[in-house]
Design a protein around this ligand. Structure first.
Ligand code: SF4
Ligand code: SF4
Length: 424
């Protein structure tokens, strides 16, 4: 690994504590990922990204800033990255997926906050993540209560713009999201000093659509039985997509899809025929949260799809590229983003319809509906998800997980019993 200590020091990071994180991540990655057999060659790129996770991309972002560019950190798939790229900025996902950051988050947040929020706040205030140090502005949204309060805490330390999310999907809500996007354009224009024109926005819409299409190609390969890629590897690709350069992300995902399509033709698989096929639905799994996939796949089943923001919700639905005016494009953006079925909406029937559709498309044997501890939204919605799946004759296991590893054995026991039941 290249030595990035000077860069981290210039970013004002806590080098000593950051060393502790750098010591544990390669071990966790080796145990979870490098222990897999017969991985696609295309995963070498993603392995490299992880090996340089706090180096290569942060250095690119700093270079962008040196050239006068701005970096916007986001925490939710509702934030339209297109606007940022149209203004010559870079958008990068910031959600924290490691328990390492949680204790720092708990210094300012109640313990009964979901680990994703605690880790995200902890990564900032503990000064142990370069991405959180680099971003010129954070972009939050009013999706859940924990996040709303987290923005207030983060705003004491870094500029934060909050987008006010509608909580329903009526026509007036889509119009409201359009207004929020309009307002976001103004904020981004002020920050970057660049105007968002219809030409620039059209280019950015294409850029992000191409990324979505590439990710969708990889996911389409997972519909093959047996699957040519493990769920863990597919999850890693999606997690990295949140902060990689969008053009490179599309290029590498397309390369991986080429290889997977060839594997399907050649009958190359990573799980034996007959291995149970699992769809995981629920809360996002930010990098390096690989826990559930690892448990399921080391129990012998294959995760073939994620109905999650680190899954199908991230790339399904393209933005209409035919619009040539800013008004038309903003409307197209609002329509596309409002198709996302986050549990923050009421009612949220579309999510249940999506899960059932995906179960058919990916030939799923069972669903694990998993929510992060203290996420009331997904926990509550779990009741409806389980009921609908049972009615549709699809076996389902509802689980709650945390970033700590102390529940891993209990999860393994429950997942093992669920898989055994599927085998009957
Ligand atoms: S689960 Fe909801 S709040 Fe979280 S990233 Fe997805 S859309 Fe945003
Ligand atoms: S997992 Fe739930 S509680 Fe946590 S940030 Fe997402 S919506 Fe909010």
């Amino acid at each position: 690994m290249t030595d990035y200590r000077q860069m981290w020091s210039d970013l004002g990071m806590d080098l000593e504590n950051h060393d502790n994180l750098c010591a544990v991540l390669p071990v966790a990655f080796g145990d979870t990922y490098l222990s897999q057999e017969n991985r696609p060659e295309g995963m070498a790129f993603y392995d490299f990204v992880v090996s340089e996770i706090h180096g290569v991309r942060p250095a690119e972002l700093i270079e962008h800033q040196k050239n006068g560019g701005k970096v916007f950190g986001t925490f939710c798939i509702f934030v339209p990255d297109e606007v940022v790229f149209a203004a010559g900025g870079i958008a990068t996902g910031l959600c924290g997926g490691s328990q390492f950051w949680v204790p720092d988050g708990e210094k300012v947040l109640p313990k009964s906050t979901c680990p994703l929020i605690k880790a995200s706040v902890g990564a900032r205030i503990g000064r142990t993540c370069p991405f959180f140090r680099i971003a010129d502005m954070y972009v939050g949204e009013t999706t859940c209560d924990g996040k709303k309060k987290a923005w207030e805490i983060l705003a004491e330390d870094v500029p934060v713009h909050v987008m006010d999310m509608p909580q329903m999907k009526r026509p007036q809500d889509i119009a409201k999201w359009e207004d929020e996007i309009r307002n976001f354009i103004k904020v981004v224009e002020e920050q970057t000093g660049n105007q968002v024109t219809a030409e620039k926005l059209a280019e950015a819409i294409k850029l992000l659509n191409n990324k979505r299409k590439a990710l969708a190609r990889v996911y389409a390969c997972r519909k093959a039985d047996p699957t040519p890629i493990s769920g863990k590897d597919a999850l890693l690709m999606t997690q990295i997509a949140f902060y990689d350069d969008p053009a490179r992300c599309a290029e590498m995902a397309n390369k991986l899809a080429d290889e997977l399509e060839q594997r399907i033709q050649d009958g190359v698989a990573v799980f034996p025929k007959g291995a149970k096929r699992i769809l995981i639905s629920g809360t996002p799994m930010a990098i390096p949260n690989w826990k559930l996939h690892h448990i399921v796949e080391t129990c012998g089943a294959a995760v073939v799809c994620e109905e999650a923001c680190t899954g199908t919700r991230y790339f399904e639905n393209l933005v209409d590229e035919s619009q040539t005016t800013l008004d038309g494009q903003i409307h197209a953006l609002a329509e596309r983003y409002m198709k996302n079925n986050c549990a923050c909406f009421t009612p949220n029937k579309g999510r249940i319809e999506d899960i059932i559709r995906l179960c058919k498309e990916y030939k799923v044997d069972g669903v694990i509906d998993a929510n992060l501890k203290f996420c009331t939204l997904y926990d509550t919605e779990g009741r409806d998800v389980e009921r609908a799946l049972k009615e549709a004759g699809i076996p389902v296991l509802g689980l709650e997980t945390d970033y700590v590893d102390t529940d891993a054995e209990q999860l393994r026991t429950r997942i093992g019993a669920f898989l055994e039941m599927l085998g009957e």
